[in-house]
Write a protein that binds this ligand. Structure first.
Ligand code: PLP
Length: 352
């Protein structure tokens, strides 16, 4: 097979030999009886890393989020969220069908929900008496649809303190929280202290094949275990997956800096050669290329680049997304920038 340069997502990474060895050697048992040693080790490690009482290994980020919604709300309760966040943008159907919540969406410029935004949402409809009650604020870090933007910790702290005073819990959808940690130098527990539940993915930048984890207080994590089972996520010898996840979180965090450096160079190269389009200045590993000025559909651009083995993702009608990960090294990224720049020039009829 010809070499492919996969920038569609950091979920497209494949396990390395070392990770496969960790899977091979995993100490497993039936987790239905709490006997899966590799899973217990992973949950204990992550709870400690995030400074939370307990953690529950989940099959996917979506299940982590949907279980979190269910833990903090009852049917018909309201969750304040930004319209751009994964729980609304990609999981809107799940949130109403499984979570049974009303999403009251902020429409922020930058994906960063501030206290003023929360107040605005609280005033947007009746919440007193027999009306819907706001039970949860759901945040995201890093923010996928805003080019991997980091949610600032001081804003998180203010939001958390406001919510605490007003009886609202805070969930942080932190599938890419390690990207934020590596970029800022903050620890996972620094962010986690201003949340009631927080999640992390193993199958994004960390390069694992499977899974996510949710952390919180003991009582809520018991509930999370219950809802995981209700939703069909009860697993038996899941230590094979947990061993890969443990390998990912103990080996692949620091190297995320390389992905961030690659994203920056890719974005800069595209922006420098194409002053007529908008490219974000990536804080982490996500490049968003806005080609709306060229009046050319993102999906068509994705198809053009695919012919030259550079795989991208159409994020909306005119936005092309490129995510750097273990899939692209330093030379690959230069090749990708070259293919993207050449195809942009073709659209603009600068070259045929
Ligand atoms: C990827 C992602 C999810 C969903 O994770 P899956 O494992 O694909 O279900 C949720 N939230 C955010 C912010 C994500 O980036």
């Amino acid at each position: 097979m010809e070499k492919r340069y996969d920038l569609r997502s950091d979920t497209c990474t494949l396990p390395t030999e070392e990770m496969r060895m960790a899977i091979y050697k995993a100490e497993v048992g039936d987790q239905g009886y709490g006997e899966d040693i590799a899973t217990n080790r992973l949950e204990e490690y992550c709870a400690k890393l995030f400074g939370k009482e307990a953690a529950v290994f989940m099959p996917s980020g979506t299940m982590s989020d949907q279980v979190a919604l269910r833990c903090w709300t009852n049917s018909g309760d309201e969750v304040i969220i930004d319209e751009s966040y994964h729980i609304n943008y990609f999981q809107g159907a799940q949130s109403i069908d499984i979570g049974k919540v009303i999403l009251n969406t902020c429409k922020t410029e930058d994906g960063i929900i501030r206290v003023s935004d929360i107040k605005e949402r609280l005033n947007s409809r009746m919440h007193n008496g027999t009306f819907t009650q706001t039970k949860l604020l759901s945040l995201e870090n890093t923010i996928n649809s805003h080019g991997g933007r980091i949610f600032p910790i001081d804003v998180l702290k203010e939001d958390y303190e406001f919510c605490k005073k007003n009886g609202i819990k805070v969930h942080l959808d932190g599938e890419r929280i390690m990207n934020a940690c590596v970029a800022t130098g903050l620890k996972p527990s620094d962010y986690a202290q201003y949340t009631d539940t927080i999640t992390m993915s193993f199958s994004k930048g960390l390069g694992g094949p499977f899974g996510s984890i949710i952390m919180g207080d003991k009582e809520t994590m018991l509930l999370a275990r219950k809802f995981r089972r209700w939703y069909g996520g009860h697993m038996h010898q899941c230590g094979f997956m947990a061993a890969a996840a443990y390998y990912a979180v103990t080996h692949n965090v620091d190297r995320l800096q390389e992905d961030h450096d690659n994203a920056k160079i890719l974005a800069t190269s595209i922006q420098n050669e194409n002053s007529d389009i908008k490219v974000n200045n990536p804080e982490t590993n996500i490049v968003m290329i806005d080609i709306s000025n060229l009046n050319y559909k993102a999906q068509d651009f994705v198809s053009d680049c695919k012919k030259e083995n550079v795989l991208l993702f159409a994020y909306g009608e005119y936005i092309v997304r490129a995510i750097t990960s273990l899939n692209v090294n330093k030379e690959d990224k230069l090749y990708c920038a070259d293919i993207i720049n050449r195809n942009l020039k073709k659209i603009k009829n600068i070259i045929k």
